[in-house]
Design a binder for this molecule. Structure first.
Ligand code: MLT
Length: 408
């Protein structure tokens, strides 16, 4: 009989969002008329920007002609999209990132897990707690951790607690680690890191020969012009960081799929024999072998994000969700809850009321307000006692959810 990957058997529970889905399904089967509002998973609700739709329709028409047809595209993405990304997202912010260093992909969730393909097995890995579960689970699946303990923490991982007392930005590891996952603006806490805070991380990584995996999927939601959008705004980051970005949240591409990973040329790792190896070359090799690129149509849609109209439409989508976040913060504060985040990120992080743990508050809100959120404990042991609400929904749903929560 075929053998299975035993690492999967170490996984503590189902992936968080399917688990929430399962509980919500059970609730709605038992209460078929309950009008449920979902502020759990960070999935966008508003229509695709017009500029993107127009570009994709044009691309479909092109594909219907002999001259405009495209088969396999470059595994790294079309040069015109990589150029637009490098120029608009990085070079205009003073970051030295070239088009060649951009790898277009179908999602930063996929890339942040797939990157483990090119990294060795012996790395000491640090993650924040709470954390986006994909970083931990993909390491478990790849056999890079030990077993989980009763608190759900895996042997071999260094957990860096992010709490209200450190502003939800992680403390530097006490010992030496080789691989560090950072996500700012943060999922799930909605916290942001300043340039000074990111500089500490870059300095740590350079001093310890470590690699930072920087997830910037929510950078478009930053409102304060002083805050960094990219790790490459910090001097030295090209020597120690890979960055993940996405069109999912800013341009509504969760169902359309397009993202990107930046792997700077000259960023090095070490082989078992001590030889220095360029990570760009390994990632390029990995993508060419295992990935056939994002569809031409979708890449044309993503390119339109960088047009004048596209930039304005994406800005207005982001503002819409950030107004939702402001409403959530304001209403929950008025309801007597302690809230964090939601000012530079589309997630509001709520301290659960006394007497209710994270799943207890989940059940309370689902049962009594028919509102779905995400239990903080699902993001890690230090998330216990917290709860995440997402600002991704229609205005009517957000207002109605807040009305129901306030009337509890
Ligand atoms: C979340 O709710 O945390 C998001 O859906 C994460 C993701 O985009 O995968």
């Amino acid at each position: 009989m075929v053998q299975v990957n035993g690492n999967y058997l170490k996984l503590k529970a189902g992936y968080l969002f399917p688990e929430i889905g399962r509980r919500v399904k059970a609730f709605s089967e038992a209460n078929p008329t309950a009008p449920i509002i979902r502020l759990g998973i960070g999935d966008v609700t508003e229509p695709l920007p017009e500029a993107c739709r127009t570009a994709m329709k044009g691309a479909i028409d092109e594909m219907g002609t002999r001259e405009g047809f495209h088969g396999y595209g470059p595994e790294q993405g079309y040069p015109w999209l990589r150029e637009a990304i490098a120029k608009t997202d990085f070079q205009t912010r003073g970051c030295e990132v070239s088009a060649e260093e951009i790898f277009v992909s179908d999602g930063s969730k996929c890339d942040s897990s797939n990157i483990l393909d090119i990294l060795g097995e012996g790395n000491r890995i640090a993650v924040t707690d709470p954390v986006y579960p994909v970083y931990v689970d993909s390491n478990v699946m790849a056999g890079r951790t030990g077993d989980a303990d009763d608190a759900g923490q895996y042997g071999g991982l260094t957990y860096l607690p992010i709490t209200a007392s450190n502003g939800f930005t992680a403390p530097l590891p006490e010992g030496k680690v080789d691989l560090i996952y950072l996500c700012f603006p943060n999922n799930p806490t909605g916290a942001v890191a300043t340039k000074a805070q990111l500089k500490q991380w870059v300095d740590y990584a350079l001093a310890n020969d470590a690699l930072i995996l920087f997830d910037a999927a929510y950078e478009a939601f930053i409102q304060d012009p002083e805050l960094p959008h990219s790790i490459y705004e910090i001097e030295g980051a090209r020597q120690c960081a890979i960055e993940f970005r996405s069109f999912s949240k800013n341009a509504g591409f969760t169902g359309t799929r397009c993202a990107l990973t930046v792997v700077p040329k000259g960023l090095m790792g070490t082989a078992a024999n001590g030889e220095k190896v360029e990570l760009w070359a390994l990632w390029n090799r990995r993508q060419c072998t295992k990935f056939n690129g994002v569809s031409y149509i979708v890449q044309r849609g993503a390119e339109a994000v960088y047009s004048i109209a596209g930039q304005a439409q994406v800005k207005s989508l982001v503002s819409f969700y950030m107004e939702n976040a402001a409403i959530i913060r304001q209403e929950l504060t008025a309801a007597g809850l302690i809230v964090y985040g939601g000012e530079q990120a589309p997630y509001v992080w709520i301290q659960t009321p006394e007497g209710l743990d994270s799943w207890g508050f989940f059940d309370h809100l689902l049962g009594n307000a028919h509102v779905v959120g995400t239990p903080g404990s699902g993001f890690g042991a230090a998330g216990e006692g917290y709860f995440r609400l997402s600002a991704f929904n229609s205005r009517a749903n957000v207002e109605e959810a807040m009305r129901r929560i306030r009337s509890l």
